[in-house]
Design a protein around this ligand. Structure first.
Ligand code: PRP
Length: 212
């Protein structure tokens, strides 16, 4: 609390990109209105409960790990790749998607798993997944547009997020196997949570309530 008994806003990192509109809409449905104006990367909600930072998806765990943002909204894929461990406060109903092994149409089981060269953003997940199955894998790291790799001959396979499947279809690729699920979470830096657990729990309860 400040001297005027105003609550100190909780700091929260939000990811730029396709999740952001869903997050803002969900928060608004719970009475938390956040507007990032004129390309500004910091916003306060009108009730002073949050100070929100707009960060690059893959940087989000770094901000939370360093306590710059005490809270974050992040996909389980990005959390896993970061290797950081946070308190997971809740799972949101939006943003669920799949991690899939994909390749050119018709490639299928014939080439897999004898020779598994995979291009992916999700290098940690891919290594761990195939190692746990005893399948040797060569992982080629990309930052995006992963679907180009089989088209251009960088690698016959990709491991990537598949939401609608449109990007795969548009590039003559298909899912070979689903490897995992992605869910979106509210996470907290453990030290920050211990210091602010009362107000964080209140917010988590508010976000858990079913909307209209
Ligand atoms: C993600 C993902 C796929 C695509 C899947 O990429 O890596 O490329 O979305 O969505 P779909 O199944 O609905 O087509 P994103 O749009 O985040 O961009 P990126 O290629 O730069 O990672």
């Amino acid at each position: 609390m400040t001297t005027h008994d105003q609550p100190v806003p909780l700091t929260i990192a939000l990811p730029k990109g396709r999740l952001l509109p869903k997050i803002l809409e969900f928060f608004e449905s719970r009475g938390i209105a956040l507007t990032f104006e004129d390309r500004r990367l910091v916003a306060y909600d009108e009730n002073g409960r949050f100070k929100a930072f707009l960060v690059k998806n893959n940087d989000l765990p770094t901000y939370v790990n360093h306590g710059i943002a005490g809270l974050g909204v992040c996909g389980s894929d990005v959390l896993y790749e970061s290797g950081f461990r946070f308190f997971k406060l809740l799972t949101f109903p939006f943003g669920r998607t799949r991690i899939c092994l994909a390749g050119r149409k018709g490639l299928g089981a014939e080439t897999y798993p004898r020779h598994l060269a995979v291009a992916t953003k999700l290098t940690r997940f891919t290594q761990d997944h195939f190692h746990s199955r005893g399948v040797p894998v060569q992982v080629i790291k990309l930052e995006g547009s992963v679907e180009l790799a089989p088209v251009l001959g960088l690698a016959p396979f990709i491991v990537d997020l598949v939401e609608t499947g449109e990007t795969l279809r548009a590039n003559s690729l298909e899912v070979i196997e689903k490897l995992g699920d992605v869910t979106v979470h509210l996470v907290a830096n453990p030290s920050y949570y211990k210091l602010n657990y009362q107000s964080i729990n209140r917010i988590a309860e508010l976000l858990k309530e079913s909307g209209e």
